[in-house]
Design a protein around this ligand. Structure first.
Ligand code: GDP
Length: 319
């Protein structure tokens, strides 16, 4: 595959390195000949444009990966709409605008497959963007992410900046957030089933009807796709990043039960929202760059569970 950008010797700022995706990108970049730059939350509030500009001026990255975002599962999105919209817009304008001013030569912005209309054709092609209404449970986050990818497009159109975007499907893996209410479904079920196994609880509750379909991608695979995009992609279109495989939430819950060795019953709570009925992205374009996912769901869940156990043992999982 032809390379459009040479990472060799570059200074790469991973914004959001303490998050699940940013952490995986830092791990992946260890295999490249690059210098990775990071800033902690205490050092730099990414919502503060002036602070971000000053940090960029002092640290002079050649490449920026914007993996920082206010994120959360279906309940967090629905209950914190102002935070999801405001924080994400502020981070995007500060980092993308700041990167342009600082003369950054390549920027990768990360979004999510929830940017697509609720009733988009499946698998969802990139062209489905802005063709219909969004899924209401995550529209705040989706609107912010659409604004971010449009900002990258705008800098490309107006100034020729090599700013690109990638839209991953539902991610899971080491470094996930295990908040009991605000996490995404993989972390929520790993935690709930692990607790149920240890407490010998006869059943575990899974939100919704179990019928929604989701495409799960192991986060280190997503990070590998990001490096592929940095090296091989330069274009306006935000490219989909996915495994190409979907499962129902009910089947997914059984995979988690297997990984955790939980043998109790799964009960579905239909009073909880299902969210989008289906969210499988079309990865034809990414595959065309020579990339495909490597980690099976069972392998990935075993790794995610091992990470959960290690963090629990280290006292790093809040109650
Ligand atoms: P979404 O893809 O934006 O809907 O992200 P989530 O990961 O929050 O939810 C995915 C699906 O899993 C939805 O249909 C949820 O109703 C379902 N689900 C089942 N149990 C849980 C849970 O404990 N937490 C979350 N967040 N979702 C759950």
């Amino acid at each position: 595959m032809t390379q459009v950008f040479d990472l060799h010797g570059k200074r790469v700022w991973v914004a959001g390195h303490r998050g699940m995706v940013g952490g995986a990108i830092v791990r992946r970049l260890a295999c490249e000949q690059v210098q990775v730059l990071t800033a902690t939350r205490q050092e730099l509030d990414l919502r503060e444009a002036a602070a971000v500009r000053a940090w960029l001026k002092a640290n002079r990255p050649d490449v920026v990966v914007l993996a920082a975002a206010k994120v959360g599962g279906i309940a967090a999105n629905d209950s914190l709409p102002a935070d999801f919209l405001y924080d994400n817009l502020m981070i995007e304008t500060a980092v993308i605008g700041g990167a342009f001013e600082a003369g950054v030569s390549k920027l990768l912005f990360l979004g999510s497959s929830c940017i697509y209309p609720r009733m988009a054709p499946q698998p969802i092609p990139e062209e489905a963007l802005l063709t219909g209404p969004l899924e209401p449970t995550n529209e705040w986050y989706a609107i912010a992410k659409i604004a971010g990818l449009k900002l990258c497009q705008a800098y490309r159109r107006q100034h020729g900046a090599d700013f690109i975007s990638g839209m991953p499907s539902n991610l899971y893996g080491p470094g996930d957030n295990y908040h009991p209410e605000h996490s995404h479904v993989p972390a929520a079920l790993i935690r709930r089933m692990d607790e149920a196994r240890r407490a010998h609880a006869p059943s575990v509750t899974v939100w919704g009807t179990g019928t929604p379909l989701r495409e799960f991608l192991y986060v280190d695979d997503a990070a590998d796709a990001c490096v592929c995009l940095l090296k091989h992609y330069s274009g306006e279109m935000a490219l989909n990043i996915g495994s190409g495989e979907e499962v129902s939430i009910a089947v997914f819950a059984r995979h988690v039960a297997r990984a955790v060795a939980y043998q109790g019953e799964l009960k579905f709570d239909a009073s909880r929202p299902d969210g989008a009925p289906r969210k499988l992205v079309d990865v034809t374009r990414l595959k065309g760059l020579g990339w495909s996912a490597k980690t099976s769901l069972d392998e990935g869940l075993a790794l995610a569970y091992a990470d959960y156990r290690a963090r629990l043992k280290a006292g790093a999982i809040a109650a």
